[in-house]
Design a protein around this ligand. Structure first.
Ligand code: CP
Length: 314
């Protein structure tokens, strides 16, 4: 059963970018581009969601995703409430589904869900009431679709809409990254010319996640001539699991420095979903340098989330 699209092909929930039709994906990117000025507060708020209540239902911490969904909902005229698992009855053992049902009973129509379990957003979409919409804001290591959308929107603005000649390198802990999976889905749908993936062997997926990608462990070699780098956050718990020996070793082998960046194509774009571990995934010079699109990604996050809320709830 396709939970995302109704029988007419209209978006009903947003759970993953996998198999999302190219036309639907491009429509969201185009719309986000159109409303970017409103998203960034440069023009008046819109009122397309007046009377609609949206809830950010977060069972994990967040800065960018939660704040940008809040701003996006407000700039569309919606009412927004924030559910934080750490201060809610989830602490007393209430399930995510019971939480959803109780909030539905209060008239909430849209739920932006972040959860540590793979498939949590899909499970809620399966059991949600008829008029309820679920947006996945990151579930386990499965998907973070709005991050994937804002990443390709940022790439499109920097490098143009034709991805067919684009060489993109994804670097780091792909195995545990929902961002990497959603980026891969979006890049494939948009026909990226070459997708390279690089990281320590222990942090690369062994299943078919990387099908069709050029995969390697030598960062310097993989960097040659790439047009864009998507750096991933190193999740520090991987050191406790023994998958990475030390942050210093990781930086030596996979940290982006000004010297290394010279191997990429001139003007190569540097992306990172945040939060950045400065001095680990990249130096300050790179994070704050002219080729970094990190804050552009954040601004685009509001526009993408407005486009998604409008498409689903408008
Ligand atoms: N990129 C991202 O998901 O950041 P947050 O965890 O701060 O939302």
């Amino acid at each position: 059963m396709n939970l995302q699209l109704d029988t007419d092909g209209r978006l009903r929930h947003l759970l993953t970018l996998e198999a999302l039709p190219r036309e639907t994906l491009c429509r969201l990117l185009d719309r986000a581009g159109q409303i970017r000025d409103t998203a960034l507060g440069r023009t008046h708020k819109r009122n397309s969601l007046v009377g609609t209540t949206v809830c950010t239902l977060f069972f994990e911490p967040s800065t960018r995703t939660r704040s940008s969904f809040q701003i996006a909902a407000q700039r569309l005229g919606a009412d927004i409430i924030n559910f934080d698992a750490s201060t809610s009855s989830a602490r007393k053992g209430e399930t995510a589904l019971d939480t959803l049902r109780n909030l539905e009973a209060m008239g909430v129509r849209g739920f932006v869900v972040r959860h540590p379990d793979d498939g949590a957003a899909g499970m809620l979409a399966e059991h949600a009431g008829e008029g309820t919409t679920i947006i996945n804001a990151g579930d386990g290591r499965s998907a973070h679709p709005t991050q994937g959308l804002l990443d390709v929107l940022t790439l499109r603005q920097a490098k143009g809409a034709d991805f067919s000649k684009l060489k993109v390198l994804i670097v780091g802990d792909v195995e545990h990254s929902r961002v990497a999976r959603s980026d891969l889905h979006a890049l494939r749908t948009l026909g990226a010319g070459e997708i390279r993936v690089c990281g320590p062997q222990a942090l690369l997926p062994k299943d078919d996640t990387l099908q069709g990608c050029a995969v390697g462990n030598d960062f310097d070699a993989m960097l040659e001539g790439v047009d864009a780098l998507m750096m991933l956050r190193l999740q520090r718990e991987r050191m406790e699991e023994g998958l990475v020996t030390s942050l210093a070793d990781y930086h030596r082998d996979y940290g982006l420095t000004a010297e290394r960046l010279q191997r990429a194509a001139p003007g190569a774009a540097v992306l990172h979903p945040g939060p950045i571990n400065r001095g680990v995934e990249m130096t300050d010079e790179i994070a704050d340098g002219p080729q970094s699109l990190v804050l552009r990604q954040v601004g685009n996050g509001v526009a993408i989330r407005m486009a998604v809320l409008e498409a689903l709830l408008g």
